[in-house]
Design a protein around this ligand. Structure first.
Ligand code: CO
Length: 211
């Protein structure tokens, strides 16, 4: 067996020993059920682990990750996670967390064919088209890249608000807040994009669904 593979298993034993030394009932209590207050929709990038960067423990964040933290309405995986998080777990906050230097967003900025992933990436190109004027006005390539990362997060937050799942939760007077963050790989800090939706008042009328 490769060394790294064995290290993963021995690390797991060390981790359990450390936790149970401080709190012998930690796993017994956690095994009884979960009530996380937060749903995290983040990039699959290995450098952006939800619990680690927010200093949270197992049981505190319900997590969904995919390439470039997308909320795509035909994605059964995302919809199932969202439905379960909102309607069964009754989570209070949904955070879409993108990150600067995102490979998915970088791919969307290019015209290169990458394979089947081009179909996924195309949704980011749609975000570009929607904000074409703002992005094209940025002459610095890095600035344009960073801004597309931010705009992509903002659009995914809006895409969450467009779902019947989120709109019905608001209609049922659930306390449900949507937020957009961008994480910096370079310094580990999160930038809150200040897109906070707690109701559908700012959602364009065309997207509003009747009860
Ligand atoms: Co990424």
């Amino acid at each position: 067996m490769p060394e790294l593979y064995n290290t993963l298993l021995s690390n797991n034993k060390k981790w359990v020993a450390e936790i149970t030394e401080k709190d012998p009932d930690f796993f017994i209590n956690l095994s009884k059920g979960q009530a996380p207050p937060v749903l995290w929709i983040g990039c699959a990038d290995s450098r952006v682990p939800a619990n680690v960067i927010t200093g949270t423990k197992p049981g505190e964040i319900f997590v969904h990750r995919n390439i470039a933290n997308m909320v795509i309405h035909t994605d059964m995986n995302m919809l199932s996670v969202l439905d379960y998080a909102v309607n069964v777990l009754h989570i209070r906050h949904i955070i879409v967390c993108g990150h600067y230097g995102c490979g998915g967003v970088r791919a969307a900025l290019s015209n290169t064919q990458f394979g089947i992933i081009d179909n996924w990436i195309r949704h980011i190109k749609d975000v570009y088209r929607l904000h074409n004027d703002e992005l094209n006005a940025l002459t610095d390539e890095n600035e344009r890249f960073d801004r597309l990362v931010e705009l992509n997060v903002i659009e995914q937050v809006l895409d969450l608000a467009k779902t019947s799942i989120v709109q019905n939760a608001w209609k049922n007077k659930e306390q449900l807040w949507l937020h957009g963050w961008v994480y910096s790989l370079e310094n580990g800090l999160v930038k809150d994009l200040d897109v906070n939706f707690g109701n559908d008042s700012e959602l364009p009328v065309i997207y509003k669904l009747n009860a």
